[in-house]
Design a protein around this ligand. Structure first.
Ligand SMILES: C[S@@+](CC[C@H](N)C(=O)[O-])C[C@H]1O[C@@H](n2cnc3c(N)ncnc32)[C@H](O)[C@@H]1O
Length: 202
């Protein structure tokens, strides 16, 4: 099964796993502690999934867009947003993440998606191109792990990331004021996995 098929199949029950809900909440709270969220901000959630982070941030910002490679995930997010009466613009991407992201944005967030992206330096350059001057990225993903987080490695390109590597890629893409901190520690099958939040400004 491809990575996209995996997420399409998982979409309708994704939010039933409490660990994912808690992780997304911790990331949203950490983003809000690092970037001043206002009703003036135009925000993109890259790899939005069912919108666990998207919908939590949506009420705190001016507008929000969710981009994802999985049509099933985007359908689930659309249903949730509709039920809540929260406007969310949706951007379908192709299987490797290509597509017009729109914008420019004032903030690009992403949670637990980077390890599914093969070419990270190219993604950071792309995100930079879709930001307004002074705009921020706030990117959360797994710290380097031993590969045990994913049972099925289809569509998984990185076993987490060394923080120094993420900071170097952000710097190479032209970001400044780069910081990285622990957003949360998530537990899966009795094992702890720490999750970083990296921020940087255009
Ligand atoms: C682990 S889920 C996280 C979803 C959501 N951000 C959350 O916190 O619940 C990863 C998401 O990234 C999407 N994805 C996978 N590869 C991608 C890529 N190259 N570009 C954008 N999204 C991608 C998947 O379809 C999935 O919705």
């Amino acid at each position: 099964m491809s990575g996209t098929e995996h997420f399409d199949q998982a979409a309708s029950t994704w939010d039933l796993v409490e660990r994912r809900v808690q992780l997304a909440h911790a990331v949203a709270v950490t983003v809000a502690s690092r970037v001043l969220l206002t009703k003036q901000l135009k925000v993109l959630d890259y790899g939005c999934g069912t919108g666990l982070v998207t919908l939590e941030l949506a009420t705190q910002v001016g507008s929000i867009t969710g981009a994802d490679t999985s049509p099933g995930m985007l359908d689930t997010l659309a249903g949730k947003a509709n039920a809540l009466g929260i406007p969310v613009r949706l951007v379908p991407l192709d299987a490797v993440g290509n597509g017009d992201l729109g914008g420019p944005y004032d903030l690009v967030v992403s949670s637990m998606t980077l390890h599914h992206v093969s070419d990270m330096p190219a993604l950071f350059v792309r995100l930079m191109q879709h930001l307004n001057p002074g705009g921020w990225v706030a990117l959360a993903d797994l710290d380097e792990e031993d590969g045990s987080f994913h049972g099925d490695m289809a569509g998984v390109h990185h076993q987490g990331f060394p923080r120094k590597q993420v900071m170097d890629w952000l710097e190479d893409a032209g970001f400044g004021r780069i910081q990285i901190e622990t957003a949360t520690v998530t537990q899966k099958d009795g094992k702890d996995y720490s999750v970083f939040l990296a921020t940087g400004q255009k």
